[in-house]
Design a protein around this ligand. Structure first.
Ligand code: UD1
Length: 337
């Protein structure tokens, strides 16, 4: 069985479905600190087996040990973490305790139970300000926020664990910008409060929950002056985890991979694509740059294709259409049900 930590979160829930479809039985844990039990009902309605779930905080060693004693866990996909960059600047200790502490508690529990396969949810922000584009996995690592530092530290901890015991195999997956939702429109991203990220904010403007988008910066050195990112459909991202797990369980070596499309999309391009997909206007105003933002970054995803045979299939129109389907059907997220 595959243990998913953060199983009811945005990426965790989509990965749960993808593993289920690949006939890989899932054990899910989540503390619901940033997700809802309603996700389990939605997953079940989509046909997933959610019979193995426990409400567990990933820093709680005793609770983790119980999970490993109760179910035979072959491998872990570790999503559970706090992920808001701004909050990590204001509350760094919370981020280090939860994200680094969670990785350590999990790896210790795995070791104690003879489980040595892990796929780790990392982020492209470990690269910081990119020196050249597209960003390859061997680019300089210069995390520029406590959040990014917690992810890089967790990567390094897992690498050191493998050095100390070469029987471990780890896949470090550095995501670019995950967006979109399951095509059913029944599971998706449900940020609490004001969304920090672009796509959920745009979706909330289109559905009428917010008056207008602020476009953070129009004077970047990009084609239209707005920021450029590599948006990646969460369904493709979920498939990336399945591919990484199959690789590790099939005896493959440890890996560090970018998961992205390789395509840069500007804020204004995304707004136009969302208007097309939703048939709704997305009013916006130009605002100052957001501190800490980079002009442009996008992945070189070639290594993931070479080593895993994984490649993003879904483009910007599908990302917008699926985000819209989720938003339109669930204007208040899971709380509305
Ligand atoms: C952010 C995080 C990053 C995290 C990623 C997850 C920061 C600095 N970085 O990346 O650590 O891994 O989300 O997806 O927070 N934008 C607007 N208006 C908005 C919101 C965003 O114009 O209301 C612009 C941004 O300036 C940027 C683009 O949209 O150019 C994407 O922003 P966002 O979705 O927050 O992602 P990142 O900044 O790439």
């Amino acid at each position: 069985m595959i243990l998913l930590t953060g199983a009811t979160g945005y990426i965790g829930s989509h990965t749960w479905l993808a593993l289920d479809a690949a006939a890989m039985p899932v054990v899910g844990i989540d503390d619901f600190s940033n997700s809802s039990p309603e996700v389990l009902r939605r997953l079940a309605a989509l046909g997933a087996d959610v019979s193995r779930f426990a409400q567990v905080d990933v820093t709680d060693r005793a609770a983790l040990a119980e999970v490993f004693e109760r179910w035979p866990i072959e491998a872990v996909v570790h999503f559970a973490a706090k992920k808001a960059v701004g909050e990590s600047v204001a509350r760094p200790l919370l981020y280090y305790a939860n994200n680094v502490g969670g990785t350590i508690a999990l790896a210790e529990t795995m070791r104690a139970h003879g489980c040595r396969r892990i796929v780790f949810s990392s982020t492209a922000t470990v690269y910081g300000q990119p020196r050249s584009l597209p960003v390859r996995e061997d680019a300089a690592l210069e995390p520029s926020s406590p959040y990014a530092s917690t992810k890089l530290m967790s990567e390094n901890i897992l690498r050191d664990v493998e050095r100390s015991d070469p029987a471990w195999r780890i896949a470090l997956l550095r995501y670019f910008n995950p967006v979109g939702a399951h095509p059913s429109g029944t599971i998706g991203e449900d940020p609490r409060g004001t969304p920090n990220n672009l796509m959920p904010f745009v979706a909330q403007v289109a559905v009428g929950k917010r008056a207008r988008l602020q476009v953070f910066g129009s004077d970047y050195e990009t084609a239209d002056g707005s920021g450029v990112r590599d948006y990646l459909h969460v369904q493709d991202l979920a498939e990336g985890h399945v591919a990484a797990l199959k690789h590790l369980l099939g005896g493959g070596d440890s890996l560090t991979l970018n998961l992205g499309t390789g395509q840069g999309v500007s804020v204004l391009e995304l707004v136009r694509a969302f208007e097309r997909a939703s048939g709704r206007p997305v009013p916006y105003e130009i605002a100052p740059r957001r501190p800490g933002d980079v002009a442009a970054y996008y992945a070189d995803p070639a290594l993931a294709e070479r080593l895993l045979g994984w490649k993003a299939r879904l483009g910007l129109d599908a990302m917008c259409a699926d985000s819209w389907r989720w938003q339109a059907a669930n204007p208040d997220g899971y709380a509305g049900s």
